[in-house]
Write a protein of this length. Structure first.
Length: 95
């Protein structure tokens, strides 16, 4: 039963990180794009590890493949949103 829950959590994390990667791509900021892609890649590796171990992940595995992608995704989205706001301020001030 634990394996099913960790698989569902891993799939939800993958969906969140892919969404964050798309947001980062739309911003055009290279640092945000790298963070978004890294978060999606780490989440995908977490799903592979989860299926290989049949859901019996240790706490360290859950921390690395669960918390780390979310942190990278949040930082990437915040950077992409912040850079977009600054670019808009500069273009509106110039006109």
């Amino acid at each position: 039963m634990i394996g099913i829950w960790t698989l569902l959590i891993s799939l939800a994390l993958l969906a969140i990180t892919i969404t964050a990667a798309v947001i980062c791509f739309r911003s055009g900021n290279r640092i945000a794009i790298v963070l978004g892609l890294d978060s999606a890649l780490i989440a995908a590796l977490g799903i592979l590890l989860n299926s290989a171990t049949r859901g019996e992940l240790s706490w360290l595995d859950l921390l690395i493949f669960g918390a780390l992608p979310i942190v990278f995704a949040v930082i990437g989205v915040l950077i992409s949103l912040r850079r977009t706001d600054q670019d808009e301020r500069y273009t509106t001030a110039a006109h």
